[in-house]
Ligand binder design. Structure first.
Ligand SMILES: Cc1cc2nc3c(=O)[nH]c(=O)nc-3n(C[C@H](O)[C@H](O)[C@H](O)COP(=O)(O)OP(=O)(O)OC[C@H]3O[C@@H](n4cnc5c(N)ncnc54)[C@H](O)[C@@H]3O)c2cc1C
Ligand SMILES: *[C@@H]1O[C@H](CO)[C@@H](O)[C@H](O)[C@H]1NC(C)=O
Ligand SMILES: *[C@@H]1O[C@H](CO)[C@@H](O)[C@H](O)[C@H]1NC(C)=O
Ligand SMILES: *[C@@H]1O[C@H](CO)[C@@H](O)[C@H](O)[C@H]1NC(C)=O
Ligand SMILES: *[C@@H]1O[C@H](CO)[C@@H](O)[C@H](O)[C@H]1NC(C)=O
Ligand SMILES: *[C@@H]1O[C@H](CO)[C@@H](O)[C@H](O)[C@H]1NC(C)=O
Length: 508
């Protein structure tokens, strides 16, 4: 009799727990239990140091996220994989336990909850930082944990560079959202330069996706689809033959080897002139060698905010052509640097951007139009800035031109899921860094942002940029290939496990 009970008891318990699970299917009271189940299993199958639940490496990793909001989560355990196999084992356990989870590469997502998790498993790629070049295949291989500065530094001696970020501490998550690079006008979005991807699917299977194999649909979805489709454990990329960092010394002699002319100007005199110049550039300039970034900031000086406007101009040639950059060069500048550079120097221009300790928020728009369109956007942003100026340490309105050459370069390489329309536009970034000491965004600022997004809507047909959006913005819906994206998602994650168990972009 007691033998029968002991045989039946586990079955009974299982039935009862299944009944409870059906009654409260996605109740988050079960989240800690599911996470614990996954973590307990991983403690056995992966063990320390791959799996950590406390201690130095846990604490450091759990608090390291660039956005302070994300540094305040406490994952149930953290997996530090060194191989794809570790990621497979982790994902199988997460999937079986129905645990919440998150993935973190360079940690620079501003979106709350997108790169970390409470009551869940966090996979951090800090021990997968490969950056190598294979001259025979002519391809770059990156581990998901590498940061752009380290990748560019490791590859520069070979005279090649990845199409990656403009700020050194940022990581490879940028690739999955699209990726705006100094090299983009000639090479497409960073993501257009994928050659081959190793991907751990939601059920833990490992596949290699390329433009032509049986996973070509997955491959395309990962070019802009973010973290919804699987976990990328290896990026193989087309390199750009930019030359080594010494090649700037051959000024005037090696034009084809990649010389860039930079100019960084800070000024406070005329936002209008810079807005006008930017509007015209976006409408008229379609030269794959020309690169522009215009940013308008208000930065804290004591009790108030002061304007700080910055333009970054490069040309892959011996000078900045007057017909392209003349409007910018005629704007009075407080300081400027101008000279020959290597691509390595170009990639160092904006520094590492590795500041920590502030709540950060991004928002996106996309514009093409006349001067008035840009002036209006600026006025709305100024009103928003002034309304909440006491909360901000720095606020920024930034314009990155996405010229037609970039869109065509991407199409020539097989196309991405963003599928921006023919013609150029400006990717618009709205970014706020809140004052130190502020741990969460005041609700009235979030309302102010809602109003701002209504006031600066994307021009018709233009895509929003996933990597620099507000988590509430419907980025996928703005994609040219939204319907296809949904179909591919339904195929690779039919249970919508990722939508239910990770935080990320909405609309799938
Ligand atoms: C200072 C700064 C400068 C920036 N400059 C640029 C710029 O020049 N150009 C540009 O395009 N963007 C830029 N961005 C935006 C940047 O693209 C995003 O912040 C991007 O999300 C950062 O990637 P990450 O790996 O550092 O961040 P993470 O937060 O680690 O990852 C970002 C997202 O991708 C997911 N993810 C990461 N790795 C994987 C993986 N291997 N598999 C599946 N999902 C994964 C994460 O879960 C998360 O949702 C900048 C951001 C900051 C903060
Ligand atoms: C739990 O559920 C509440 C309400 O549905 C939600 O606000 C909260 O974010 C959830 N917490 C977690 C950890 O999922
Ligand atoms: C703007 O520039 C002028 C000099 O051109 C300077 O006198 C003034 O202090 C500057 N204002 C701010 C807010 O930086
Ligand atoms: C900006 O463009 C507008 C519209 O064309 C024009 O009225 C204005 O004078 C220009 N301002 C500057 C500073 O160039
Ligand atoms: C604002 O940013 C500067 C530079 O990053 C920093 O030194 C300062 O402490 C910040 N101030 C506040 C109030 O956050
Ligand atoms: C300025 O911003 C505040 C705060 O969001 C808002 O209440 C107000 O309506 C805005 N004014 C205009 C003219 O947009």
């Amino acid at each position: 009799m007691s033998r029968l009970v002991s045989l039946l008891l586990p079955v009974l318990l299982l039935l009862v727990s299944q009944a409870i699970a059906t009654l409260f299917p996605e109740s988050n009271q079960s989240a800690p239990k599911a996470a614990l189940q996954a973590c307990n299993q991983l403690a056995v199958s992966l063990g320390s140091p791959i799996l950590q639940t406390s201690g130095n490496s846990y604490e450091k990793a759990a608090t390291n996220a660039w956005n302070l909001e994300n540094g305040q989560y406490q994952p149930t355990c953290i997996v530090f994989p060194t191989t794809s196999k570790h990621v497979q084992i982790a994902m199988k356990a997460i999937y079986a336990a129905k645990s919440h989870y998150a993935v973190q590469a360079g940690s620079h997502s501003a979106m709350k909850g997108w790169n970390t998790v409470q009551d869940g498993v966090l996979i951090i790629f800090s021990n997968m930082r490969e950056a190598t070049y294979d001259p025979v295949k002519d391809s770059i291989t990156l581990g998901p944990g590498v940061h752009w500065h380290d990748a560019v530094t490791a590859l520069e001696p070979f005279g090649v560079a990845p199409v990656g970020g403009r700020v050194g501490d940022v990581g490879t998550g940028l690739l999955l959202g699209g990726g705006l690079s100094w090299l983009s006008p000639s090479q497409g979005y960073a993501t257009d330069n994928f050659k081959e991807l190793d991907v751990v699917l939601v059920n833990g299977d490992l596949v290699t996706a390329t433009a032509t194999n049986q996973f070509s649909d997955l491959f395309r979805a990962l070019k802009g689809g973010g973290d919804r489709f699987g976990i990328v454990t290896r990026y193989e990329l087309y390199p750009v033959h930019t030359g080594t960092k010494d090649e700037k010394n051959w000024f005037g002699g090696m034009l084809l080897a990649g010389k860039y002319q930079p100019i960084v100007i800070q000024f406070n005199s005329s936002a209008e002139a810079l807005l006008n110049a930017t509007a015209r550039y976006v409408r008229e300039i379609d030269d794959p060698k020309a690169v522009l970034l215009s940013t308008f900031s208000n930065a804290r000086t004591g009790d108030s905010l002061a304007p700080l406007y910055l333009m970054v101009l490069f040309y892959n040639g011996v000078n900045l052509p007057e017909e392209i950059f003349g409007d910018f060069l005629s704007i009075p500048a407080m300081s400027s640097t101008l000279g020959p550079m290597s691509y390595f120097d170009v990639s160092e221009t904006l520094g590492l951007g590795n500041d920590r300790g502030y709540v950060q928020r991004f928002g996106a728009s996309a514009l093409v139009g006349d001067e008035e369109t840009y002036l209006e956007a600026f006025d709305h942003w100024m009103n928003f800035t002034q309304a909440f100026q006491g909360d901000f340490n720095i606020t920024t309105l930034a314009f990155t031109p996405v010229p037609n050459s970039q869109i065509q370069a991407g199409r020539a390489k097989g196309g991405n899921i963003i599928n921006a329309p023919h013609g150029g536009f400006a990717a618009v970034q709205l970014a706020e860094q809140f004052n130190a000491g502020l741990n969460r965004i005041p609700p009235q600022v979030l309302e102010g942002l809602d109003l701002l997004f209504e006031q600066i809507p994307p021009s018709p047909g233009l895509p929003l940029y996933l990597s620099e959006c507000d988590p509430r913005q419907k980025v996928f819906e703005s994609y040219g290939d939204y319907e296809l994206l949904k179909q591919i998602y339904a195929k690779y994650d039919p249970e919508k496990f990722n939508v239910k168990h990770t935080q990320g972009p909405v609309g799938l």
